[in-house]
Design a protein. Structure first.
Length: 463
């Protein structure tokens, strides 16, 4: 499957790529299907049923809000985060929404948006959308699956999941880590250079530069907003946002860095916490490769900018392109969905991507870069996805700080070697896939096990 860098890095809103970005995209796709079939004006009601992990934790993850906004025609990369709450208040007060932004229909959230713990056959994140016309006659019915990272799959005409891979011929195709290394050896190109040449199949050089710059700008803006925002996060736990206080403390005591060299890690944690507090608050983030792990790549990239000499824009491009190569391998050969393989697929994947990007911009060769990614993923194997109360807050926010630190450590270890190592990236990706398959459902974003059942759950009425 040909995956673009921009399949892995997508601009969206928090708190979850699979539970917020995906459902919003699916609802918007449903509206587009109604419009294409000439049915939009005939719709009187839309019913949505969320299944599996979406049904279990969708309330805390904002799936309900995402569906309503998607039905109004909003897209995750274009919506203004500041307009979300007023729009939702209007829909709920009027018990009506503007389908596709143009056709008013009645919408009673309690009756028309249902959460079901039953899992549909294809994937843990399933959703059924039904449009009803006069006399409650069904006009169109579609099933969608939010398969992680904002990717959405639907059924084809025969009722099978329409997971159609991009068959675009690439100049440097690779399906495995070994094939990626072979391409680098045979061409003399770096991983980033291979990815750049592949990207040219889809868009020209200037468009690639602009889109990579846009991704980096949104990441930086997210860090700045997270640092500047104080208060508590919505939800029953009233989790205090810590990034602002941590930033004030670090800025107020610069001399501490002279005594404590580990203070650099405090800055890395700050960057990661800032992003994921923004994500948990429903702000604009970049899936990297998911929202739940959105803080790791920006934190490590910011570490390069602030603490590694010789930074230039080319380093940012190489970092993101290299990270995307690793993320693409994980996405195509295993999963980046917490609902499918646990948090190893989210934080573990992001750490592997960040470690690869860091090793590349610090001068590592392809073998060292692959080794860095392998080390980072290896030491996240078995990590469960057990958000307390179904909110992307505890332990999700702190896990991004830990993932960023592990990524930096992994890159450092790899760069101190010559690239020779016993476990390959392919080995660890396959192990992650098998571990996810063996993992009990209660540990895969259902909030039915792990930390989620050892802490009192919350009432989401205020979410």
């Amino acid at each position: 499957m040909a995956l673009s860098t921009f399949d892995l890095f997508k601009i969206g809103i928090g708190p979850s790529s699979s539970h917020t970005v995906g459902p919003m995209r699916a609802a918007a796709m449903f509206v587009q299907a109604l419009r294409a079939a000439g049915l939009l004006a005939s719709v009187q009601r839309v019913r949505c049923e969320l299944y599996g992990s979406l049904g279990a934790t969708g309330k805390g993850h904002g799936s309900d809000r995402a569906v309503m906004l998607g039905l109004e025609g909003e897209e995750p990369d274009r919506i203004d985060p500041d307009c979300i709450l007023p729009r939702l208040e209007q829909i709920r007060a009027a018990k009506a929404l503007q389908l596709g932004g143009e056709h008013a229909i009645a919408f009673n959230e309690r009756e028309d948006l249902l959460f079901k713990r039953k899992t549909l056959p294809f994937h843990a994140n399933g959703m059924l959308l039904v449009a009803l016309g006069s006399g409650q006659q069904p006009l169109l019915e579609k099933t969608y699956y939010s398969v992680g990272g904002g990717f959405v799959v639907t059924h084809d005409a025969e009722g099978q999941p329409a997971l159609v891979p991009d068959a675009t011929p690439l100049p440097h195709p690779f399906r495995t880590g070994d094939e990626l290394l072979h391409q680098c050896r045979s061409t003399g190109l770096s991983i980033a250079q291979l990815m750049w040449r592949n990207e040219l199949v889809w868009r020209d050089a200037d468009a690639i530069r602009q889109r990579l710059l846009r991704i980096w700008e949104v990441m930086q803006a997210c860090v700045r907003r997270g640092i500047a925002t104080e208060g508590t996060l919505r939800g029953g736990f009233h989790v205090k946002r810590r990034a602002a206080d941590l930033h004030r403390d670090l800025v107020a005591h610069p001399e501490a860095a002279l005594r404590d060299p580990l203070q650099v890690l405090d800055w890395v944690n700050l960057y990661a916490l800032a992003v994921n507090e923004e994500n948990a608050g429903g702000g604009q983030v970049v899936t990297a490769p998911t929202n739940g792990a959105a803080g790791i790549v920006p934190a490590v990239l910011r570490y390069v900018v602030e603490f590694c000499p010789g930074w230039c824009d080319a380093h940012g491009r190489d970092f993101l392109l290299t990270a995307a190569a690793v993320g693409g391998l994980i996405k195509s050969r295993a999963s980046i969905s917490g609902a499918e393989v646990g948090c190893q697929g989210e934080v573990g994947s992001a750490a592997a991507m960040a470690a690869a990007g860091l090793a590349a911009v610090l001068g590592g060769n392809a073998l060292q870069v692959e080794n860095a990614a392998e080390i980072a993923m290896e030491h996240h194997l078995g990590m469960t996805c057990d958000p307390i109360g179904g909110l992307v807050q505890i332990p999700c926010i702190e896990r991004n700080g830990m993932g960023a630190i592990k990524a930096i450590t992994a890159a450092s270890l790899a760069l101190k070697g010559d690239g020779t190592h016993f476990v390959s990236l392919d080995d660890v990706i396959e192990t992650m896939r098998q571990t996810g398959a063996d993992m009990q459902v209660k540990y895969k974003e259902t909030s039915l096990g792990g930390l989620a059942i050892h802490v009192v759950t919350v009432n989401h009425a205020a979410c």
